[in-house]
Design a protein around this ligand. Structure first.
Ligand SMILES: Cc1cc2nc3c(=O)[nH]c(=O)nc-3n(C[C@H](O)[C@H](O)[C@H](O)COP(=O)(O)OP(=O)(O)OC[C@H]3O[C@@H](n4cnc5c(N)ncnc54)[C@H](O)[C@@H]3O)c2cc1C
Length: 361
């Protein structure tokens, strides 16, 4: 018999033992579960079927060169070689298709920018991601590109909903998912273990997205959630690459996803007229073809103040682990950093300072 939080726990009544409990099955929780299972660990995932999930709204774009200034994504070299292997392996394991490699075309806004990229494309960091620097307009019937543009490789998208569904089905077949809300108040600690409703595990890994904000166990983490909206539009015929300048227009599943905008003030999950106008204004600057809006979605990204993922143990309890802070680029960040965290959990490797939750302590 053990005393804990005022309750008396009888260890003989414990029914099932797992290595890890994972809370949340968005992109973060899904990647964690697949990595851990791949390393031979037993997991039990809890996912709230009524909870909000940024992953279900995400465009899913995988873009190595981002932003208005077109800069290389942070740690692109590590992330991009890892994610392509990870998602391809997941497709084979789950027997479903959800990962698509497709070029991104980024029109230049000036001749200076074109010149700059002719030099930059030879740079050893950029070279792996640049397919070609176009010096003439080649897409004038689709987008405005009178100064040419940058054609990127190693880019693409994840059909996030198909990935989440395939992972959930796989876990369900292995009896390793419970589609219920995880209730913190029912969590207990026995020495180095946790016990939750008859389940014993070494650790709980919280992959709860914005729901983690204000959590009891990681009060130090400075979340800075960012709302975003996307439109699903019809363009006839379908585009054969992603176009990206101001917004991205991405052919996905017989339609096109267009996004996104960034709002720190309104953190509701409701689409707004203002969000739609913002996206459509940029869309009309880029796209030269007629389109029809089919759907309008909104979500809140789990971002943190320094815009780096958050990984590691709780300050007070080594049984509690966080994997969060994936912000605007969860699809690119999750595979590599799930692997990074799993290496720490299983082999005791050190978590990088930049992403370690202890940077907040
Ligand atoms: C409009 C928009 C567009 C975006 N576009 C892109 C893009 O193109 N590319 C890209 O890389 N990223 C994009 N993102 C960002 C991306 O969505 C996030 O980085 C990523 O989805 C975060 O995943 P997550 O698993 O951490 O969180 P979430 O997807 O929010 O998942 C958290 C899960 O935890 C569950 N949960 C929470 N609390 C509990 C509990 N107590 N018990 C059980 N379950 C619980 C929730 O129900 C949810 O399923 C976009 C985001 C938005 C909003």
């Amino acid at each position: 018999m053990l005393q804990n939080r005022g309750f008396i726990l009888n260890t003989q009544n414990l029914e099932q033992e797992y290595d890890y409990i994972i809370v949340g099955q968005g992109i973060a929780g899904s990647c964690m579960a697949l990595e851990l299972i791949d390393r031979g660990k037993r997991v039990m995932v809890y996912n709230d079927p009524n909870g909000n999930s940024s992953s279900r709204v995400a465009g899913g774009l995988i873009n190595p060169i981002t932003g208005r200034k077109m800069v290389l994504t942070w740690r692109a070299k590590d992330l991009f070689s890892y994610l392509s292997k990870f998602y391809k392996k997941a497709e084979a394991k789950l027997n479903k298709n959800f990962y698509c490699e497709i070029p991104i075309y980024r029109p230049f806004v000036s001749i200076e920018e074109q010149n700059e990229w002719q030099g930059k494309s030879a740079d050893k960091d950029y070279k792996p991601f640049v397919q070609e620097v176009k010096t003439k307009s080649e897409h004038e019937n689709v987008v405005s590109d009178r100064f040419g543009g940058l054609l990127l490789k190693k880019s693409g998208y994840l059909d996030t909903n198909s990935f989440l569904k395939a992972t959930s089905e796989f876990l369900k077949n292995a009896s390793q998912i419970t589609n219920k809300k995880f209730e913190i108040n029912s969590l207990n600690f026995i020495k180095k273990f946790v016990v939750y409703k008859g389940i014993k595990a070494k650790k709980v890994i919280f992959c709860c997205g914005v729901e983690e904000v204000g959590s009891d166990f990681f009060p130090e983490v400075k979340f800075r959630p960012v709302k975003g909206e996307v439109l699903k539009i019809k363009i006839d015929p379908l585009l054969n690459k992603v176009y990206n300048r101001g917004v991205f227009i991405m052919p996905r599943g017989g339609s096109h996803t267009v996004g996104s905008n960034y709002n720190h003030k309104d953190l509701s999950w409701e689409p707004t007229e203002q969000g739609r106008n913002e996206i459509e204004t940029k869309l009309k600057t880029l796209l030269l073809r007629p389109y029809e809006v089919e759907e309008h979605l909104a979500g809140v990204r789990p971002s943190v103040s320094d815009r780096r993922p958050v990984l590691g143990m709780s300050k007070g309890r080594e049984q509690l682990v966080i994997f969060n802070g994936l912000g605007t680029k969860g699809v690119s960040l999750a595979p590599f950093f799930a692997g990074h965290l799993v290496n720490n959990l299983i082999d005791g490797t050190v978590i990088d300072k930049e992403v370690n939750v202890n940077r907040y302590f």
